[in-house]
Design a binder for this molecule. Sequence first.
Ligand code: 5CU
Length: 377
Amino acid sequence: MAARRLIVDVHTHVYLPRYANLLRSRTSVPRIVSAANNEDSERLLILDHEPSGGRPVGAQYWQRDEKLKFMDMHGISMSIVSSANPWLDFLPASEASKIALELNQDLEDYCETSPNLNGTRLQRLYGFGLLPLVPEITTSTLLETVQQISQLPHLKGLIMGTKGVGKGLDDPALDPVWAAIERAKLTVFLHPHYGVGGNPWGEVENGHVLPLALGFPFETTIAITRLILSGALDRFPSLRILLAHSGGALPQLSSRLASCIHHDPLVASRLNHDARYYIGRLYYDAVAYGSEELEFVSSAIGRAINYSPDGKSAVDIGSRRMMFGTDHPFFPPLSATEKWPSVTENLDAIEGVQTWSDGEKDGVLGGNALTLFDLQE
Ligand code: 5CU
């Protein structure tokens, strides 16, 4: 019988009970509303123009047992769980700083008390903490929160949106935060929430398709490109950033980006490397739903070695920087089915990459995450 592969999900979310209660207490978006004071009828409103009063939400979004059941159903051994968007973006600084500390401790408890991975000292759940990244927060508060996360043994990084403290990820005010994250060897999971543009170039209603399929990945693309253009990846050469949705359009546009930089002395003078080098400095989830897309991303990552001056800080095997994810509890099946198509499509996509060896597929399914998050038995 073939050995069962170890599968680690690096893109899986939770609204911790404390956060869900915060959303329930609100009268404007983001919020959870209940039509009849009954948990089954709750609806989530987080994006602009949620259809028909929001989407149904329930235990999948907050209960740990449901996460573990979902993992068991899909053969997922371990998950690195992160709070779902929009995190604390809508809170004033004083509230955001307090609840960030509380949520980080809640997530540590959620992971620490999770079952062991069979026959090992590892747990099945680890987490990404969060920072109170809102306007008017002080740098010292951000640094204290980085410190808190680094001392919680089951938190291996932090999830971050694209706004920084209101001026984007290329805001020089964030430099001490990047430095602290780098020192603590935490991984930043960069994730979108706002999308790009509401309804440019058309007016026809398309539900959530445009914001989720295009707006989310384009938002990530712009945010990480700004960070690259600021020279931050040169200033913080060991900073680890994991990009949601396989890096959006960044791998596809990286040669065009390199050419535009080359023609613009303002930016070119800021950077130590060709833009294609930085593609190999980043990590990517494998939430792309297609083998061809995964293969392309891994080849763009692998190409970075050609632009690496010392051959050290980039990998030539691009798949080593890619990791399986599900986006649970989002994209549930539309009708009763045993497994979620959003998960099986991503598993099939990894299996179907023609140029990856079995060892590379094992890496993307789980081994690469164990290495990145230092989860050795
Ligand atoms: O379906 C959605 O709205 C989402 C979301 O908000 N966040 C996410 O990570 N995936 C899907």
